[in-house]
Design a protein around this ligand. Sequence first.
Ligand SMILES: [Fe+2]
Length: 105
Amino acid sequence: MASYQYHEPAKDFSPQDRTAIRIFTSLIEEAEAINWYTQRIEVESDNEAKKIIEDARDEEYKHFSMELEWLIRRHPKWQQYLKKILFSQGDIVQIANKAEKEIGS
Ligand SMILES: [Fe+2]
């Protein structure tokens, strides 16, 4: 059984924790896939192959978004930060620092 995803003894986690850890791990893998596909798209010269890779990358956007949504539904403070930072306009660091002051760390 794979255990690379655990940084603490696996036996100490509840079934709910294990599910969350699986989703965190999947989220990381989706981000890696998006990165890898994006790199391949950048260097691919065959337009038909490029479209196939773009389609695969776009599918990973959906997977990443679903997993992120699953996680943030279970982390209220994370929700608070995302509500203030995602889709905002302007300097991201300033927006995040303002959010931190409002939300507290
Ligand atoms: Fe995926």
